[in-house]
Design a protein. Sequence first.
Length: 435
Amino acid sequence: MLTAFARVFKTPDLRKKLLFTLGIIVLYRIGAHVPAPGVNYANVEFCMERPHANSGLLGLVNMFSGGALLQVTVFALGIMPYITASIILQLLTVVIPRLEALKKEGQTGQAKITQYTRYLTVALAALEGTGLVTATRAGSLFRGCPRQIVPDSSAFTTLTMVVTMTAGTCLLMWLGELVTDRGIGNGMSILMFLSIAARFPGALWQIKLEGELAGGWIEFFAVIAVGLAMVALVVFVEQAQRRIPVQYAKRMIGRRSYGGTSTYIPLKVNQAGVIPVIFASSLLSTPVLIAQFSGSKAAWATWLATNFSKGDRPVYLAAYCLLIVFFAFFYVAISFNPEEAADNMKKHGGFIPGIRAGRPTAEYLSYVLNRITWPGSLYLGLIALVPTMELLLFHANQNFPFGGTSILIIVSVGLETVKQIESQLQQRNYEGFLR
């Protein structure tokens, strides 16, 4: 692998792409530490040092922003609005015929969908920025902190903060597209990867400082061992797939024979990726938000605050697992259409050996997809519950490293990036990373 990296830097065009990507990374990390206008950074640091400063409902969004959210920087919203907009557009493609028609138009239609995603990203960033500024001024960002994060409560300061954070998200979106076009590819995924990985060293060292066994070194190495085991599990499952063989019949066009080849349809065990975990986490945060903003002292509000404010409650764990399984099947159902795949095979003269073309092929693909989605969804539930088990074992805070969502994203993006570089190496007759 080290030899392959050396060959990458010896290739002029690949070296330029890597250096360009590294430059974007530096800009992103600098912007993640620049406070937004009107923010008293000394008070932010004071509130961050208080216990449970990084826990709560904003923990997931703070993870995706690389810690910039709780520091109230210009990149506080991170790339999360773009991710949310992409997911919404992908879901609406199944519902709205116009978007479905654009998706089938190829590159031209995809360019229009990308433009719609950008517009929706700006709207979501403005909405989330307004909510973040409101929560910061109301003291909800750091509960129990006596100092004010935004001393100036004028409307001009509030508007300036919202515009700045929205512009920061738009800048990140542009930087991600630059990495995709002129860098090594997968720009948005790489920015998300950096946001999560940037918090690992500090979180690991905090566990060592708070540890009690052998100066905290036992807890430190135990966490690393758990993380490595999770990485191995995620790599194994993410690479696992069920290959459906497809045979194409020979066709005579003029005097030439076409077809007669065999290929396969790769159906991944974890076809939904990390989307079900994100959906489940977001949905479970809604009841607590309703209870907090209502200000009610009724029994239902107390029950919601007791059972859904922390991730170690039995009701929360059960609801979390069920929602992950539900969203795994839901996302697979809208992302892969067995009937469309069967029709495409039939049009091109393809068939699955032993299965008749048409409706029997669609039923067979649906049957196989349901069979492999069950272990995939249970695997996602297991990965998502690992942080809770770590919390109970090591008494750590909510932003414990090597959490299920973070490991899934980091490993998936890492594998995809390695494949991108490897494919470019193989185009130049090099061996690549995996020998």
